[in-house]
Design a protein around this ligand. Structure first.
Ligand SMILES: O=P(O)(O)OC[C@H]1O[C@H](OP(=O)(O)OP(=O)(O)O)[C@H](O)[C@@H]1O
Ligand SMILES: Nc1nc2[nH]cnc2c(=O)[nH]1
Ligand SMILES: [Mg+2]
Length: 166
C-alpha cells in the first residue's frame, strides 16, 4: 500500500518510536535466542536498530541497503544496493541463525521476502506490521490495518493545526 492509496494516517512521534522499539526489544529478550550481530534494512531500520543495539548491548551492526522504486500507486522494483559485508560472512554462513534483522515496518512483505531469502535463519523483527507482511515477521509490536500509512518522525515537522471549531 503506497501513501496515495492509504486511507488512514498513523503518525509516530520520536518518543512513541523509542517506546515501541524498547517494547520490541523486551519481546526479543523473552525468547531463548541470543544474537551476535544486528543487520538493519536501510533506511527505515537504522533508528530502530540503534535503539535495539543499545538495549541488547550489540556492537556488531551491518546494513542491507534496498532501494524500492515507487510510482504513483504501486511499489515498483527493488534493487539491493548493498548486501551484508565480509565481516559477517562467518555469521551468515549457516543462514544467519545468530543474526537479528531489523526494519521499521513490514507492509506488503516485499522487502522482508528479499532479506529472508538472503538470511533465511535470521530472526526478523519490525516495530510495526501490516496484515500482508505480518506472516514474514518473527517479532513485531503494533499492527495497523493495510490501508494505514505510518508517518515516521523523520518525515514530519511541526505545523499549524486549525481549531476544531472555527
Ligand atoms: O513490506 P514492503 O511493502 O516492502 O514495505 C516495507 C518497507 O518500506 C519502507 O522502506 P522504503 O522502501 O520505503 O525505503 P526507506 O526505508 O529508505 O524509507 C519500510 O522502511 C520497509 O523497509
Ligand atoms: N513511512 C512509511 N513507509 C512505508 N513503506 C511501506 N509502507 C509504509 C508506511 O506505511 N509508511
Ligand atoms: Mg525501508
Amino acid at each position: 500500500m503506497s501513501e496515495p492509496n492509504a486511507q488512514k494516517a498513523f503518525p509516530v512521534s520520536w518518543e512513541q518510536l523509542h517506546r515501541d522499539t524498547r517494547a520490541l526489544t523486551w519481546r526479543l529478550t523473552a525468547g531463548e535466542r541470543k544474537y551476535k550481530a544486528i543487520v538493519c534494512i536501510t533506511r527505515g531500520g537504522l533508528v530502530p536498530a540503534l535503539i535495539v543495539a543499545r538495549e541488547l548491548n550489540i556492537r556488531l551492526i551491518d546494513t542491507i541497503c534496498i532501494a524500492s522504486y515507487h510510482d504513483y500507486k504501486e511499489q515498483g522494483d527493488s534493487q539491493i544496493m548493498k548486501g551484508i559485508g565480509p565481516e559477517l560472512a562467518a555469521l551468515a554462513a549457516d543462514g544467519g541463525s545468530e543474526i537479528l534483522l531489523i526494519d521499521d515496518l513490514v507492509d506488503t512483505g516485499k522487502t522482508a521476502r528479499i532479506v529472508r531469502d538472503m538470511l533465511p535463519k535470521a530472526h526478523f523483527a519490525t516495530v510495526y506490521a501490516k496484515p500482508m507482511g505480518r506472516p514474514l515477521v518473527d517479532t513485531f509490536v503494533t499492527e495497523v490495518s493495510q490501508d494505514t500509512w505510518i508517518y515516521f518522525p523523520w518525515d514530519m515537522g511541526l505545523s499549524f493545526v486549525p481549531p476544531i471549531v472555527s
